[in-house]
Design a protein around this ligand. Structure first.
Ligand code: SF4
Length: 287
């Protein structure tokens, strides 16, 4: 597909459940943390959105946040997505995974993704601002032992220790390892206004994101580019409306001199081109 071929019908959605997280990463792309909340979308709102998504042609959803497993209804909502035939990836920090979640991840079409900052616990923990390295590493090992599909994104600010961190993950048995850089959004922007040029350019192309308050945006990074709200308007109407088309055009215009366009692989949440931290993951959330 060329950059001129834009899919207006989404095949995949980010279910951006919450702004609550146990961690407080210095680079978090949407300012999540311990004081974050779950927004105003109810369990039934999310279930309804998933039902609409299925009839709209979506086949893959990624649960993300914040830490999606902290949402009190997340397991129920994610199970509904699987039951409706969607493939479901949960992007978790893997700090604390309950037995119920481990059971969920072993179901067909369920998978896990996480971020890893360094093989060096001190460096990893300096970025997450919590002693999280030991927990994330332990749960990476557990996921592999249980045979759960797992991909790990190494998020780097400067490439420091990148090769050593890759080698450690490979030695643990991780097969799908990506590398992403910190994105200029949320805390990663260091106070600057959102910059459209920090997006991959494929936002809204066969994908969209729904935030904890129901707002829809072209992708999980571009949450300030609201194109509608699923609490007020049907998902299909939002995705096919001129507002969405204009948002896509604005984003693409920022990439018009990008030849070849970034990323050089399709940027889709349901393939290796646009899952957080997957190479060449110019479009992956920095988590
Ligand atoms: S980057 Fe991810 S793990 Fe870190 S605070 Fe944000 S949502 Fe939590």
């Amino acid at each position: 597909m060329t950059i001129t071929e834009i899919r207006s019908t989404p095949e995949s959605l980010w279910i951006d459940l919450t702004r609550k997280c146990q961690l407080e990463c210095i680079h978090c792309y949407n300012d999540s943390g311990p004081t974050g909340d779950h927004g105003i979308m109810s369990r039934d709102d999310w279930i309804d959105v998933l039902d609409q998504a299925v009839t709209t042609g979506v086949h893959h959803v990624q649960f993300i946040g914040g830490e999606p497993t902290l949402h009190p209804d997340a397991l129920d909502i994610a199970a509904h997505a699987l039951d409706r035939g969607l493939s479901v990836e949960v992007y978790s920090n893997l700090v604390h995974i309950t037995n119920a979640w481990w059971s969920f991840f072993q179901r067909d079409r369920a998978s896990l993704a996480t971020s890893y900052y360094s093989h060096d616990p001190a460096r990893h923990d300096a970025l997450t601002k919590r002693p999280s390295h030991q927990h994330t590493r332990r749960n990476i090992i557990k996921a592999l032992k249980l045979g759960i599909p797992l991909r790990v994104g190494i998020i780097t600010t400067d490439g420091h220790d990148l090769e050593a961190t890759k080698r450690e993950l490979e030695a643990l048995g991780v097969k799908r390892i990506g590398v992403d850089h910190v994105r200029p959004f949320g805390r990663g922007s260091e106070g600057a206004a959102p910059d459209v040029s920090g997006l991959c350019g494929r936002c809204g192309d066969g994908r969209a994101s729904i935030a904890p308050d129901g707002t829809v945006s072209p992708c999980v990074f571009s949450t300030w580019m609201e194109v509608g709200n699923v609490r007020e308007t049907a998902l299909k109407s939002i995705l096919s409306a001129p507002t969405m088309r204009d948002a896509r055009a604005l984003i693409r215009a920022e990439k018009k001199d990008d030849n070849p366009p970034t990323p050089p692989v399709p940027c889709r949440p349901d393939d290796d081109g646009c899952r957080p931290g997957i190479p060449p993951s110019w479009c992956g959330p920095r988590r």
